[in-house]
Design a protein around this ligand. Sequence first.
Ligand code: SME
Length: 151
Amino acid sequence: MRADYPALARSIASLTEGESDRVALMATVTCEVFHADDRFDWVGFYRVVAPELLKIGPYQGGHGCLTIPFSRGVCGAAARSGTPQIVADVDTFQDHIACASSTRSELVLPVFGAAGELIAVFDIDSDQPDAFDGTDARELAAILHAVFART
Ligand code: SME
């Protein structure tokens, strides 16, 4: 099953209406996205908790590493650059941090708050190679904007 992004956006908008707590929002987005698409084997947030430092937030899937500095991994690259990272083959991304050996490809999106500040990155891992494209990045970025740009 592939994500029906308009339906996913509607469902997340309805579930999160009136909520402003970021962890509550992250937990809800994670759950909805994880169950929306068979390609998604790990879904979760890494939160900016200090300068140049990410800590694990709400996630679904196997365990994720707890701390990622901005200098490391695909998550760090998204946090440093503030731009989406699509990695078609994690074995070719030199600094990929392997939380699960089954992961073959990865999409990481920056998440911004109301003032345009980076508050987190949203990480989706797939056990399938080359699982993500620009449509996934664009549609998920729009969902993240709708939820977090008011927090
Ligand atoms: N692979 C990520 C680390 C997080 S886990 O995949 C859950 C990275 O390279 O930043």
